[in-house]
Design a binder for this molecule. Structure first.
Ligand SMILES: [Fe+2]
Ligand SMILES: [Fe+2]
Length: 337
């Protein structure tokens, strides 16, 4: 645990400490059992897999992550109008988003280097390529304020959490799909209310989130090719990860109320929209979905300041009823939101 908790991000040092910081809700770095991952067989989904690989190779976002001529002016015009508190929340959002993107980049790259399985190696090469672009693009926006993150240092010094491969599939699949749902929800909102777009980076979110959507598709195919991952006792793990990933997002987002308000959203409304989209998508792979939460049980997590209370709320949420669902024979789906 990093001893220094950075409250405000005023200097590059603060931004770097924030990215390194490790607590319940900050984005983590992961490592896994590479040898086990090397043994994955994707033959049962070969046709859909090859089609997906062709899409990665086509690389339709090849030149998306370049700034346009208007970018710098939009930053200058809009950022000056933000209150110092709002500016802090936005910087926190950038650092936390960058850390998540870079976490994917590091994990995918490590898997790529440590496996020989040609399917997995090829997939990880594409995933790391995309995440490295995403992280780099966010870092440019931090550098505008001299708050750039030293990615090399972050990779060397941030704490790594070990996850078995199956946990990596559940958690990464969900994170990618949630990433899609988060970015598209913000993009659609600001498309409707362009006057609320206080930073140009949001203009990039539509094509950006298609990368995340496709990343999620890759893990969906891996899990569907290995159906034992989705049966029996593993259903309990899926339930756990659904809750853990959603709850972390909810609590983290509620530390930045002004950010959502500036976009004309409130944090709860935004998160529920993200839950709805993600639950719709995860039907492609998870044999169960969380039943609707009522009465803001999730909200209680945020107020549960002590660990015991948080654990009790978490347990209550864990044992909430679930809806069993059948999986369609075709795995892949379109990003239609
Ligand atoms: Fe990404
Ligand atoms: Fe991704």
């Amino acid at each position: 645990m990093n001893a220094t908790v950075v409250q405000n991000i005023e200097t590059a040092d603060d931004a770097n400490k924030k990215a390194l910081h490790d607590d319940m809700i900050s984005p983590r770095f992961y490592t896994t059992d590479f040898a086990a991952m090397d043994r994955i067989n994707i033959e049962p989904v070969r046709a859909e897999w090859d089609k997906m690989m062709a899409e990665y190779e086509g690389d339709n976002n090849h030149d998306h992550f370049q700034r346009d001529a208007a970018f710098a002016d939009e930053v200058k015009d809009n950022m000056a109008k933000l209150s110092p508190e709002m500016r802090q929340e936005f910087m926190d959002f950038l650092v936390s988003s960058l850390t998540s993107e870079f976490s994917g980049c590091v994990l995918y790259n490590e898997i790529r280097k440590n496996v020989t399985n040609p399917d997995i190696k090829q997939l990880m090469t594409y995933l790391a390529r995309d995440e490295s672009r995403h992280a780099g693009f966010i870092n440019l926006s931090l550098r505008d304020f001299n708050l750039g993150i030293d990615l090399g240092n972050l990779k060397r010094t941030k704490k790594y959490t070990y996850f078995k491969p199956k946990y990596i599939y559940y958690a990464t699949y969900l994170s990618e799909k949630i990433g899609y749902a988060r970015y598209i929800t913000i993009f659609r909102q600001l498309e409707k209310y362009p006057e609320k777009r206080f930073h140009p980076i949001f203009r990039w979110f539509e094509l950006w989130c298609n990368d995340e959507f496709r990343h999620g598709e890759s893990f969906a195919l891996i899990m569907r090719a290995n159906p034992s991952l989705l049966r029996g006792g593993n259903k309990l793990w899926i339930r756990f990860f659904l809750l853990a990933v959603y709850a972390t997002m909810y609590v983290r987002d509620h530390t930045r109320p002004m950010l959502h308000e500036a976009m004309g959203l409130d944090s709860s409304e935004y998160d529920y929209q993200v839950f709805r989209i993600t639950s719709e998508i995860t039907k492609q792979v998870f044999p169960l979905a969380k039943a609707k939460t009522r009465g803001g049980v999730v909200g209680k997590l945020q107020q549960a300041v002590c660990a015991v209370k948080a654990a009790a709320t978490f347990a209550r949420l864990y044992f909430m009823p679930v809806i069993e669902q059948d999986l369609s024979p075709q795995v892949r789906m379109e990003p239609a939101w």
